[in-house]
Design a protein around this ligand. Structure first.
Ligand code: URA
Length: 246
């Protein structure tokens, strides 16, 4: 993630995943950062990422864990897990080896579900993204059998009773409908196991194809299935703010 050439200390710390921009500023002003053995309190100080020795609380930045954030367009046929005992393809196979250490998927998509999957080594962020308290919205495109009636839509929108209880209200829209199938846009902020398939089946319209289009403010854009990209620094900062991370 580091680039060659001089860069501001604050940016060096944030792009290395050591701290958010704001937290980096705080670390600097608190005198906790050393550059080439000297305490630096000026956030604008320029450093050369390749040759300067930067320390946080006397620990070289290079040995502190760099945070990684990837957005993957998961294709069907890949398990959402780090390792499969039966050696079936997993989402890790779609990320180069050099980025894999400590990386894990945020939440889960079924084997046959496609679409947006976040992967990170940031446990606190993953915990908050999947915790119901933060109500992170996830948008799905679901092709279902038949066409949901007004009553079916009402049930999906207000909550469906599953064995573990009633689901929270969802936003549901019919995008198109044909003789045998319809395409629905469904937005939920919970993450119950196989929630979309189970709520659709519960109202009599089983899912035949499912794709996650967006997660919070992130969407797939024109990322092709099987490909991934790093989140930008701005996207990471935005997630930090959204999740009230320091
Ligand atoms: N809901 C499902 O049923 N499956 C998924 O993969 C994601 C949400």
């Amino acid at each position: 993630m580091y680039m060659s050439g001089l860069m501001r200390l604050q940016k060096f710390l944030s792009s290395g995943g050591i701290a958010s921009r704001r937290a980096a500023e705080k670390l600097i002003s608190e005198g906790r950062i050393k550059v080439n053995e000297k305490v630096v309190t000026e956030p604008g100080t320029k450093v050369d990422p390749l040759s300067d020795k930067v320390e946080v609380d006397n620990l070289p930045v290079t040995i502190l864990k760099k945070k990684k954030y990837f957005l993957l367009n998961k294709p069907s046929g890949y398990l959402t897990t780090v390792k499969d005992p039966y050696k079936r393809p997993t989402v890790m196979d779609l990320i180069p080896k050099k980025f894999q250490e400590g990386l894990f998927p945020v939440g889960r998509l079924d084997l046959d579900t496609e679409g947006l999957l976040l992967m990170t080594n940031d446990g606190e962020m993953a915990f908050r993204l999947t915790h119901p308290r933060y109500e992170i919205e996830k948008e799905y495109l679901a092709q279902v059998k038949g066409t949901p009636s007004k009553d079916d839509l009402y049930l999906l929108r207000t909550g469906v009773v599953l064995e573990e209880g009633k689901t929270a209200p969802a936003k549901v829209e019919i995008l198109s409908s044909g003789d045998k199938m319809s395409l629905l846009r469904i937005i939920i902020h919970e993450g119950k196991k196989r929630q979309i398939k189970r709520i659709c089946a519960a109202v009599g319209h089983p899912v035949v194809f499912l794709k996650r289009n967006s997660y919070a403010f992130l969407n797939l854009g024109n990322l092709k299935p099987g490909l991934y990209r790093s989140l930008t620094e701005e996207e990471v900062q935005k997630l930090y703010r959204l999740l009230k991370l320091p």
